[in-house]
Design a protein around this ligand. Sequence first.
Ligand code: NAD
Length: 337
Amino acid sequence: MIHVGINGYGTIGKRVAAAVDAQPDMTVVGVSKRSLDHEAAAAVDRGFDLYVPDTAADDSGGSCDISLTGSTTALIAESDIIVDATPAGVGADNAEQYAQTDTAVVFQGGEASTVAPTSFCARANYAETVGQAATRVVSCNTTGLARLISPLDEQFGVASVDCTLIRRGGDPTQSNRGPINDIVPDPVTVPSHHAADLQTVLPSIDVMTKGVTVPATLMHVHSLTVCLASAPSVDAVHDCLREERRIELVMSAYGQDTCADLRESAYDQDRHRGDVWENCVWSESIAVDGRSLSLLQAIHQQADVIPENIDAIRALAAADDAETSRQITNDALGVGL
Ligand code: NAD
């Protein structure tokens, strides 16, 4: 059993904790959270031991009357691996504390790539992280790109990638984010940071990215043109992507026209929190003109990195190879079913 602690129990942390809990070879030691709010209470109700940053460890739970197990320092000491899912930048602040222990760490994509010796996507570069002391799961957008480009590169050879990322303005709970009535180049400089981030896991890919943020919370959408080394048929591209459990070929013909349809479909399947772990590639968008492949895909920003965090834990623990880990994770969560 791999003993896993989760530091930061928000959008990503609570999903990682539930996913760890679902694995046959992992157990949740506890979760650490700074604010003792309804999410903290829900964690305790769910059966997770609750820890708090050391500075708050004397607080009994205050008016919320939540029972605390200990400090984050204790959680780190009791865990084989810590998943740091604190807000972007806080992970880097925590890195020194982790480095003073034997506990390995999974950081998130909000941190700079220098926070850990490797960046991670299970489909792209799992082996680089095996046995390391720390890794960083790349961002939701980069995970979506790396998962798509890896099989295309293996099967057809990828000469270059050009992607426009239509980014959601915020998560549903982030009422302080926007825009609420605009379309914002984000960043206005080209390439956007996603290109360099993709190269942390796929260094040989020639990639151009541009970002635009829109008033939406449901998902990101990527519009891609991929220059291939060969000229496959549309059917061959379909077959290649259909092999990938973390890629779902969705169809407008089945009423899967919009991101809202994709999310509603996940709720209809009784998926926990309505999560869509897979890249959703619109089948009808796949077009090939010689060596040029175009397609559209949607990425559920709150969910696609969750299976990756689970595989990153196994890689750090040197527990399994990439394919075995991905299969255990997929089966335990129901990814690609
Ligand atoms: P969040 O704000 O939803 O959750 C952060 C959690 O950390 C909260 O529970 C908060 O109480 C807690 N926290 C804050 N300061 C803390 C501290 N000092 N110690 C312990 N806990 C603390 O953030 P999130 O959206 O889950 O993002 C976490 C990381 O995941 C970031 O690096 C982010 O860039 C990355 N990420 C986010 C998304 C997304 O769509 N939300 C997608 C992919 C990656």
